[in-house]
Write a protein that binds this ligand. Structure first.
Ligand code: OMD
Ligand code: FE2
Length: 445
């Protein structure tokens, strides 16, 4: 089986529950979950009940998110003395380290360093947008991991986190249960959920989106109807699994844009049972059923939205997470790649595997690009020439998976990203070969 083939013959993997935003319930010990109530006078097995709210209490039902956790120790016992920790190249918005470059930007993949890097040491932020404290905007980072976290746990109070592995699989040991992900899959860890990030192999590289705004949700399908795009049943949330370990553990918290650390005497991943709709999940991007133009023209990339982080303004996303997966191109008398364009939203792109049709050269798996608010971009010269002269047979774009974080806010580039040797200073030259083709005497030029 091709390593990128859909996991189509597997239904929900053992250890996961299927569905998006369900009111899940799961227990690792029989009877650990109280029946029909949240807060009994005494919880089974001597557990503590704790609510984790992802939305204000009074948010409308459709966006109201909370879970009840039944744990060995309440999180309040985790509060010790916190000390600030150097967050390396991890940045949070606002981060105006350098002037915003008024240019399209693209980078080659970052090589895997030799040195020991846990997930927390290995986050290299490329762009930030908005303001974490205003609960608006995002950050796009690359993670490079060469060691598992051991006796360490972390939660992000500033952001929901989306992991997109590009090389190497990860095990996310969360307080809700264990999530395994490999390239082609994503995982979303809601704000405030504790986890430990472990390597499945010897190293891992991927993309990390921190979402400061409204939690990721499925986009409306409008006239598409009840099916296609990302389907609820393909989202997998782990069953409860807990650690009862009374040994030292360093707990890290990203809060207010700063990384903090405190020492615990136990593992905080100690939730024996939980119920609710605020929980981590994973999704195999190859389960996405693309919908597109069947006769002519190129649709807006919003048709490929997997998940969206909404704002108060309808249709104006804090982040749209869109993918460009395997699909058929069939449009007749059409320039099939993306058109040349300028966009009020700003576009961070990455490539998990394969080739992206608008950029057949120079955009490599593991690489990334930024086309900021109102900065022009589109197919490179090679893509333009090829697509304007090709014989238009139905053609399958295969073995490819690019993605985009598209945000309503301009993205600032970090000093780290601007100084990288992998920044392609000649990127804009990819359009230099586009010749003047205008000939007022020849309509068919
Ligand atoms: O710029 C890009 O490559 C992303 C993109 C793809 C597409 O099909 C239409 C618009 C768009 O911004
Ligand atoms: Fe674009």
């Amino acid at each position: 089986m091709n390593e990128h083939a859909p996991l189509s013959l597997r239904t929900a993997a053992p250890g996961y529950m299927s569905g998006f935003g369900n009111g899940f319930e799961t227990e690792a010990l029989p009877g650990a979950l109280p029946v029909g109530r949240n807060s009994p006078q005494r919880c089974a097995y001597g557990l503590y009940a704790e609510q984790l709210s992802g939305s204000p209490f009074t948010a409308p039902r459709a966006s109201n998110e909370r879970s009840w956790l039944y744990r060995i120790r309440p999180t309040v016992q985790h509060w010790g003395r916190f000390e600030k920790v150097d967050a390396g190249s991890w940045r949070s918005a606002p981060c105006a380290e350098i002037e915003m470059p008024i240019a399209p930007l693209r980078w080659d993949p970052l090589p895997m360093p030799e040195r020991s890097l846990s997930f927390l040491d290995g986050i290299f932020t490329i762009t930030t947008a908005g303001d974490a404290a205003a609960q608006s905007g995002m950050a796009a980072s690359i993670y490079l991991i060469t060691r598992s976290m051991v006796n360490e746990a972390f939660y992000n109070a500033d952001a929901e986190m989306m992991f997109l592995p590009q090389e190497g699989a990860l095990r996310l040991v969360t307080e809700f249960g264990v999530i395994d992900i490999a390239p082609g899959e994503i995982a979303v860890i809601p704000r405030g959920v504790k986890l430990r990030v472990e390597l499945a192999g010897i190293s891992a590289r991927g993309y990390l989106c921190e979402n400061y705004g409204g939690g990721f949700t499925l986009p409306e399908r409008g006239p598409i109807g009840a099916n296609c795009l990302a389907n609820q049943r393909d989202f997998l949330t782990p069953n409860a699994q807990y650690e009862d370990r009374d040994e030292p553990c360093a707990m890290y918290v990203k809060w207010g844009g700063t990384l903090w650390r405190t020492e615990l005497g136990h593992s905080p991943l100690d939730v024996v049972a939980w119920h609710g709709n605020y929980a981590p999940y994973k999704y195999d991007l190859r389960r996405f059923s693309p919908v597109g133009p069947l006769l002519f023209d190129h649709a807006d990339p919003s048709i490929f939205t997997v998940l969206t982080s909404p704002t108060e303004a309808p249709g104006t996303a804090n982040i749209d997470f869109a993918i460009f997966p395997d699909r058929w191109a069939v449009a007749e008398n059409t320039f099939r790649p993306p058109w040349y364009h300028m966009n009020i939203m700003s576009e961070f792109m990455g490539l998990i595997y394969g080739r992206y049709d608008a950029k057949p050269e120079g955009f490599q798996p593991g690489g990334f690009s930024l086309h900021n608010c109102m900065l022009p971009h589109g197919p490179d010269t090679l893509a333009f020439t090829g697509a304007s002269t090709a014989t238009l047979q139905p053609r399958k774009l295969e073995g490819t998976m690019a993605f985009m974080f598209e945000t309503r806010l301009p993205q600032r580039v970090t000093a780290f990203a601007a100084g990288l040797a992998q920044l392609q200073h000649d990127y804009a030259d990819c359009w230099a070969g586009l010749q003047k083709r205008f000939d007022p005497t020849n309509r068919d030029a």
